[in-house]
Write a protein that binds this ligand. Structure first.
Ligand SMILES: Nc1ncnc2c1ncn2[C@@H]1O[C@H](COP(=O)(O)OP(=O)(O)OP(=O)(O)O)[C@@H](O)[C@H]1O
Ligand SMILES: [Mg+2]
Length: 226
């Protein structure tokens, strides 16, 4: 990996819970789970770029070395559950101390209803496997799957916390802070934190922030038809 230049949205993916912008109640609840060193099945839902995958990774790696990340959108059919996911569940946990494994099923709302039913069965049979489901569209999830999981709604974070985080990134990247531009970025992309970070990187040129150009396409079209 050395020499790879990561986009800022990856470079600044939080590594600890304290680093994640979260409501206090959720942070406390997550810390409680970590203290217990065991988790129920967890379901993280909400809009894009709010920290679902990040928290799933932090929590799972904090409690077991046996973590499997599955992009559900690439394995969304019932056959994938009966083969790939079943095989992962079947194998005894490689973490002898924790004695269980975590499977992160990212983008779980791409699962077909049949695949969700098949998965429901796996959660009942393989008690040493805990799932963390991350998804955008909760309405696509079987209520029976929801009732088997502890639910967390990732939604609108504090704009103040977001401002502080973007300021820290500017400092780390030696980019001069411009409050008005940071506020414009937040207002344009909130609550999507990923998009804020992507936009921040785009606006950063030669150690300074360039103002946002809104509706570029619209302006271009107006110029063409003038
Ligand atoms: N709550 C947060 N606190 C700090 N940074 C965040 C947070 N949420 C998102 N980010 C930034 O956005 C990036 C993507 O976050 P993540 O993958 O966790 O989003 P997601 O909620 O899983 O989105 P999607 O629904 O699109 O999968 C992170 O690497 C980080 O840079
Ligand atoms: Mg995600």
């Amino acid at each position: 990996m050395s020499g790879t230049v990561l986009p800022w949205s990856e470079k600044y993916r939080p590594k600890t819970l304290d680093d994640v912008i979260l409501p206090d109640e959720s942070r406390e609840k997550f810390k409680e789970l970590l203290d217990n060193k065991i988790i129920p099945h967890l379901m993280f839902f909400g809009p894009p770029g709010t920290g679902k995958t990040t928290v799933a990774q932090i929590i799972s790696h904090a409690i077991t070395n046996d973590v499997h990340f599955v992009n559900a959108s690439l394995h969304s059919g019932v056959d994938a559950v009966r083969t790939k996911i079943h095989d992962l569940c079947r194998i005894t946990s490689s973490d002898r101390e924790a004695n269980f494994k975590v499977i992160i099923l990212d983008e779980f709302c791409t699962y077909t209803p049949q695949a969700q039913t098949a998965l429901k069965t796996l959660t009942e049979v393989f008690l040493e496997t805990r799932f963390i489901f991350t998804l955008n569209h909760i309405e696509k999830i079987d209520p029976a799957m929801q009732s088997r999981s502890m639910m967390f709604h990732f939604q609108r974070s504090s704009k103040r916390d977001l401002y502080i985080r973007l300021s820290k990134i500017c400092k780390a990247e030696k980019v001069e802070l411009d409050k008005a531009i940071l506020c414009d970025i937040i207002n344009m992309h909130y609550p999507d934190i990923r998009s804020c970070v992507v936009q921040l990187e785009r606006c950063s040129k030669g150690g300074k922030l360039e103002p946002l150009v809104e509706n570029t396409d619209f302006v271009d079209i107006c110029n063409i038809i003038k």
